[in-house]
Write a protein that binds this ligand. Sequence first.
Ligand SMILES: O=c1[nH]cnc2c1ncn2[C@H]1C[C@H](O)[C@@H](CO)O1
Ligand SMILES: [Zn+2]
Length: 353
Amino acid sequence: MANRVDRALLRLLPKVDLHVHLDGSVRAQTIADLAKEQGMELPVSPGGDLLPYIQVNEECGSLQEYLSKFDFVLPFLQSREALERVAYEIVQQSAEHNCRYVEVRFAPQLHRRKGLTVEDTIRSVVQGLRRGEEEYGVTARVIAICMRNHSYEDNLEVVEAAGRFIGKGVAAVDLAGDEASYPPQWFREVFACSQAKGIPVTIHAGEAGGADNVYEAITHLGAVRIGHGVRLKEDRAILDMVRERKVPLEMCPVSNIQTKAVSGWDAYPIREYFDSGILITINTDNPSVSGTDITKEYEVVADRFGFSLEEIAQLIMNGVEAAFLGEEEKLALKREFGERLQELGIDPAGKTP
Ligand SMILES: O=c1[nH]cnc2c1ncn2[C@H]1C[C@H](O)[C@@H](CO)O1
Ligand SMILES: [Zn+2]
């Protein structure tokens, strides 16, 4: 599509990232440092290239294959210091791309191999984000993830701990992992608990499973946002429901192609979703696993689907609207973004559904 929007300008735009995994955002240099500090072995000699261990390549054939990359990084993220550092660095990386608000998600139960409690892990990540907030003026929140392959008890523990941190750094809970093998129906009891506690819910759905998983996530798990939702297009009625209820989709274009949520860019439905009035947001998912950043995500969308600068501004404002922030904080962010976009001479396309 002949609609080149300049990368430098895209980088300058104020942005948000509502869907970024902590363990999918660890730079190679950070892993090398953590390995050294913790006396852990690396598969390459000092200074060697860790990228093939961290990042997927073009042959990635499924979400399951994509998820196998996390086996490499998780052993390095088992201490308070490591979690604090990686959380801080995500804010730093966000600031580099003028990302002014970021919701960092992670699964506390994956960081307990060396004795940390669920609360320890959350406290450490919140601390790292706070340090980043202070240094870079970015606002950052945590989303605590329940994993599809974890037990009811383990997931319930995450929801309960998240409840204790609501308003103290945690904004919501999520369900992630292998969607093809674990349907959302199995998690009704876990999310009944988050609903009872009034914790906002977002669910990975319609990525490696069909549109009915999106329906289940909204109607039974209480999801007020959907992670990905790429396969919504397979069911017209569910697509209409998402639009009518204004449920934002956290789309992650580069990741969605790598996990084969759709066969390729030709089948990626972002343009039809946007034009039909669905609240689309653009996010990174896993910068280090996917080899992406938030600027690149917008660049891909502009280049491949002909989004104009005004439409990109609308996507950005959709992200602000969908943020798990209180009304006042959201209003302040909207004002800030509105002013900055105006300074840059850009008017959102006004396609608010
Ligand atoms: O795109 C994804 N879909 C489902 N699960 C995911 C995705 N990206 C990361 N995860 C998993 C792997 C991580 O270890 C976990 C917690 O961040 O969440
Ligand atoms: Zn994700």
